[in-house]
Design a protein around this ligand. Structure first.
Ligand code: NAD
Ligand code: LMR
Length: 340
């Protein structure tokens, strides 16, 4: 194989050709909102990712400093900062993956939907630019309310004639990260070994962790335990908002989750097999047009939206209960995109 040829120490032209064929291809990642609470640590983590060759950091202000800082790290990615709308096109051009953590975060007492009025407009204008400058990019939407911002993005792309449903993702990885951590804690098993699918959407009861499918399975958890784990996962964002007491919402754990998801997208684009993550995508596994579930990632984005698998009665009930709210949030986003 190419790898064993390299291990044998070949360094002639054929070895070089072999090496280039197994090294990661050039990939440009753009972060929109890169000077923010999520954007900065996410920029750091993407700079550490060896699959990234070019990292574009865009925000309305503050990105030259973030970019200069991150650029001194001696890893592969070339870093550039872009500030202000007139530089957005240049930031986006040639991007393979665009990550969007732009917009306002919650304060105590707010729901994610309370962010709609400000963030819907931000997402719409950023997606309009994506359609123009990098219509083939994979989009990772972090800005809240995700249940509405993803449908907004889809409508903007449809109007521009660039919509590819395989390339639009609402990032729900933080729900998975939380479900894994809380489950591991309760079941007293190492967090790194745990897997828990989380389906539905990304707000309150629309977040539905499937602990009946958690691996490794635990026989020690009672129905009360599962109920408490489910509630804690659903309220994980609020737990952080309240602890930060007016200084915003999850940023560090979100940057970690965003970096995991972007890495999965890059691996998919590069043809790495069996890359599966939960994400909020266009879907036909329920009657709702968008739904979070396990998704297999490939060279064109979504390769396959995986089904829900067997659900416990408790999860079946949770699934039915979440549908009206999720449906309303999706419709609100679609309506906004078509009226404004
Ligand atoms: P923040 O206020 O710290 O940072 C947001 C950044 O967006 C700021 O730097 C701001 O200048 C920038 N911004 C605003 N308008 C912009 C525009 N038009 N173009 C580019 N950048 C723009 O907020 P944060 O804590 O980083 O959170 C950002 C968003 O992510 C919020 O909407 C929050 O609710 C959401 N969030 C989502 C998840 C998730 O799981 N999907 C998790 C945490 C936070
Ligand atoms: C989260 O889940 O942490 C984010 O959606 C931010 C929030 O407002 O809770």
């Amino acid at each position: 194989s190419a790898e064993s040829a390299l291990r044998r120490g070949g360094n002639g032209p054929s070895a070089r050709r072999l090496f280039s064929s197994i090294s990661a291809p050039d990939r440009k990642v753009a972060v929109l909102g890169a000077a923010g609470g999520i954007g900065q640590p996410l920029a750091l983590l993407m700079k550490l990712n060896p699959l990234v060759s070019s990292l574009a950091l865009y925000d309305i202000a503050g990105t030259p400093g973030v970019a200069a800082d991150v650029s001194h790290i001696n890893t592969r990615a070339k870093v550039a900062g872009y500030a202000g709308e007139e530089q957005l096109g240049e930031a986006l051009e040639g991007s393979d993956v665009v990550i969007i953590p732009a917009g306002v975060p919650r304060k105590p007492g707010m729901t994610r939907d309370d962010l709609f009025n400000i963030n819907a407009g931000i997402v719409k204008s950023l997606c309009t630019a994506i359609a123009k400058y990098c219509p083939n990019a994979v989009v990772n939407m972090i800005s809240n309310p995700v249940n509405s911002t993803v449908p907004i993005a889809s409508e903007v792309f449809k109007k521009a004639g660039t919509y590819d449903e395989r390339k639009l993702f609402g990032v729900t990885t933080l729900d998975v990260v939380r479900a894994k951590t809380f489950y591991a804690g309760k079941a007293n098993i190492p967090a790194a070994d745990v897997n828990v699918p989380v389906v539905g959407g990304h707000a309150g009861i629309t977040i539905l962790p499937l602990f009946s499918q958690a691996t490794p399975a635990s026989n020690d958890l009672s129905h009360e335990d599962i109920n408490a784990l489910t509630k804690r996962t659903q309220d994980g964002g609020t737990e952080v908002v309240e602890a930060k007491a007016g200084k915003g919402s999850a940023t560090l754990s979100m940057a970690y989750a965003g970096a995991i998801f972007a890495d999965a997208c890059l691996k998919g684009l590069n043809g790495t097999p069996d890359i599966v993550e939960c994400s909020f995508v266009q879907s036909s596994i329920t009657e709702l047009p968008f739904f979070a579930s396990k998704v297999r990632l490939g060279k064109n984005g979504v390769e396959e939206v995986l089904g829900l698998g067997p659900l416990s009665d408790y999860e079946k009930e949770g699934l039915e209960n979440l549908k009206p709210e999720l449906k309303a949030s999706i419709e609100k986003g679609i309506k906004f995109a078509n009226q404004n």
